[in-house]
Design a protein around this ligand. Structure first.
Ligand SMILES: [Zn+2]
Length: 337
């Protein structure tokens, strides 16, 4: 199956009342882990690459790995999404490379650090929507600013200082025409989200409910939504790692979001931790091993298990075959109407 429109995938998720995990990749093993998890759970898949991933992998390697995945897993509708495009130029290059969805994160200036103005955000995002929809490509925007820094992108601000304003969200969606909106509700990128189990004061799920009431037809996106499970922290630390105690976004809070319009859930840290823990374990238990496959295989397996668990928890499992994907030309025609 060719790469498909994220808009259609999320429209279907809305109809079915489920969410879809969006998992970041940097190499072949991570793509394989996601695709195997999708096959075993019969799930649609969103594979995403940050700017950092695109430069680490090189665009051409990344794109051809995705074509291989599409060829080998014909039953899985899959999207290749640009995570946190910092400028219209970045989004344009992703579209030219074959991505079927892009995020224009105009909540920050192109340096990926400085919070922008609302007007800048509207203008940059609108520009991307115009160029993308013409080709049937989906656009995600962001309003409000997340905490933490991921792959060099992020303001590193206090996550509670720039929550998404629901009235502004209505204006933003109306003026830009985006398909999906990333909301800031107190989450951060990276592993260190919360120093204790989050409460309604630190993870403001109430905000999602308010935004969804005002924008019932806009797909909402939760960023920084790794759960940072205790068992993955423990494995890393048991085998010589030094992660300090931290808390992520509990699965039940994500499920509450899914009941209230969240359709895309970004998960990266949990997969990184699963791979690192598995590799550390091999290094400690088999110090004589030196074939990279000895540790990459268990790493890939560990990531697959995390992705499978998320696919089941978000409700996307079993939905891969529900619909026939439109061609991007057909999606472009629908945007025109
Ligand atoms: Zn993000």
């Amino acid at each position: 199956m060719p790469l498909v429109s994220m808009r259609q995938l999320l429209d279907e998720a809305a109809k079915g009342g489920y969410g879809v995990g969006a998992f970041n990749v940097n190499n072949m093993e991570q793509i394989q882990a996601i695709m195997e998890a999708a096959r075993e759970t019969k799930s649609p898949a969103i594979v995403q690459a940050s700017r950092g991933a695109r430069s680490y992998t090189n665009d051409r390697f990344l794109y051809h790995l995705m074509l291989a995945a599409a060829e080998l897993y014909p039953e899985i509708p899959m999207v290749l999404h640009q995570d946190h495009g910092n400028s219209p130029a970045t989004c344009r290059s992703a579209i030219e490379m074959g991505f079927t969805s892009v995020m224009m994160d105009g909540s920050l200036m192109p340096d990926g650090k400085t919070p922008s103005t609302f007007e800048y955000n509207v203008q940059a995002t609108r520009e991307v929507v115009e160029m993308a929809h013409e080709k049937g490509i989906t656009v995600e925007g962001e309003l409000g600013t997340l905490g933490g820094i991921e792959d060099g992108h992020g303001a590193g601000v206090d996550p509670l200082s720039h929550l998404t304003n629901p009235d502004q969200a209505v204006e933003f969606v109306g003026r830009t025409g985006i398909d999906a909106l990333a909301v800031a509700i107190g989450t951060s990128h990276g592993a260190y989200k919360f120093s204790k189990k989050p409460t309604g004061q630190t993870l403001v799920m109430e905000r999602i409910i308010e935004i969804h009431k005002k924008l019932p037809h806009t797909h909402l996106v939760m960023h920084g939504s790794s759960s940072v499970p205790q068992d993955l922290q423990d494995i890393i630390n048991k085998y010589g790692g030094k992660m300090r105690q931290t808390y992520g976004v509990p699965i039940e809070e994500i499920q509450l979001g899914i009941k209230n319009g969240v359709r895309k859930i970004n998960v990266d840290t949990d997969n990184r931790m699963a791979m690192t823990g598995a590799i550390r374990k091999v290094f400690v238990e088999k110090p004589e091993a030196f074939d990279p496959r000895d540790y990459m295989k268990p790493a890939r397996e560990a990531m697959k298990e995390v992705v499978k668990a998320r696919m089941i928890a978000f409700g996307q499992a079993g939905h891969a075959g529900d619909y026939t994907p439109f061609s991007l030309e057909e999606v472009a025609r629908r945007y025109k109407q």
